[in-house]
Design a protein around this ligand. Structure first.
Ligand SMILES: Nc1nc2c(ncn2[C@@H]2O[C@H](COP(=O)(O)OP(=O)(O)OP(=O)(O)O)[C@@H](O)[C@H]2O)c(=O)[nH]1
Ligand SMILES: [Mg+2]
Length: 243
């Protein structure tokens, strides 16, 4: 009997050990090293866990997911257009505050997320402790500590990934609340976005990108977006001084 493969993506800042984790799980040899920007296009590999087949995509490391660079576009487009079953956000335990920004950006795009805190061996050496339960409660998604280089924590990580992959409903994850003014614009645009694109696109996130005047994304969605929606997005952006 052939079962559908579960599709996973690895997202995170540069140098957080995504490719190290990718290699350890898939047995492939993506280039890793201690300098940023090594993974440029996405690499794909496979593994199985608990008798299920997984496809794992190693995305380039980025500090954000707007369209500022080719790397950001690759990572962003993969999450939005390829819709992985679960996105694993890999964070550096020794730089949690900086890394959290990317995690929150991914959570705006999808709540099918497992947060993976890597480099726990480094953190322990530096006397940094991470309260993964508090973080998980706050974010509304599982948080697992690992050390990719030492292959520690993989079972727990994959158990959480498996649970997330078979969840019927998307979890109710943490959402950033913006100013009342912006929230009002979002709530006007959101239903228009979902009317047209359906439930398979993250309406709130797309509304935000429209309000931000993300031309590159607008271009990609253009074929599917009604003129009315585009015009309203433009008007809102101009009215609210966003453009
Ligand atoms: N101490 C320690 N080092 C790690 C761990 N995981 C990865 N590293 C190291 O961190 C560096 C970056 O690892 P990569 O796997 O290349 O990081 P990446 O996230 O793929 O980087 P980009 O492709 O630039 O986004 C390498 O030198 C790894 O050996 C870990 O668990 N502990
Ligand atoms: Mg890499």
């Amino acid at each position: 009997m052939s079962e559908m493969k579960i599709r996973l993506a690895l997202a995170g800042n540069p140098n957080t050990g995504k490719s190290t984790l990718f290699n350890a799980l898939t047995g492939l040899k993506q280039h890793t090293g201690n300098w940023p920007g090594k993974t440029v296009a996405h690499a794909e590999g496979e593994f199985s866990f608990h008798g299920k087949q997984y496809t794992l995509v190693d995305l380039p490391g980025t500090y954000s997911l707007y369209s500022n660079s080719a790397d950001e576009e690759v990572a962003r487009d993969y999450i939005i257009f390829q819709k992985p079953d679960v996105t694993i956000v890999v964070l550096d335990a020794t730089a949690m505050e900086r890394n959290m920004n990317l995690a929150l950006q991914v959570l705006e795009m999808t709540s099918r997320v497992v947060i993976c805190i890597n480099l726990m061996d480094e953190a322990e050496k530096k006397g940094i402790s991470v309260n993964e339960n508090a973080l998980s409660e706050k974010l509304g998604v599982p948080v697992v500590k690992i050390s990719a280089r030492n292959k520690k924590g993989f079972t727990k990580l994959l158990q959480e990934v498996e649970k997330m992959a078979i969840l019927k409903e998307n979890p109710a994850a943490f959402q950033i609340q913006y100013s009342a003014e912006l929230e009002e614009k979002i709530s006007e645009l959101e239903p228009l976005v979902s009317d047209w694109l359906g439930e398979s696109y993250p309406a709130r996130w797309i509304a935000l990108r429209l309000l931000d005047g993300d031309e590159e994304l607008i271009q990609k969605l253009k074929n599917s977006i009604p003129e009315k929606l585009e015009k309203e997005a433009d008007e809102h952006a101009v009215q609210s001084g966003l453009r």
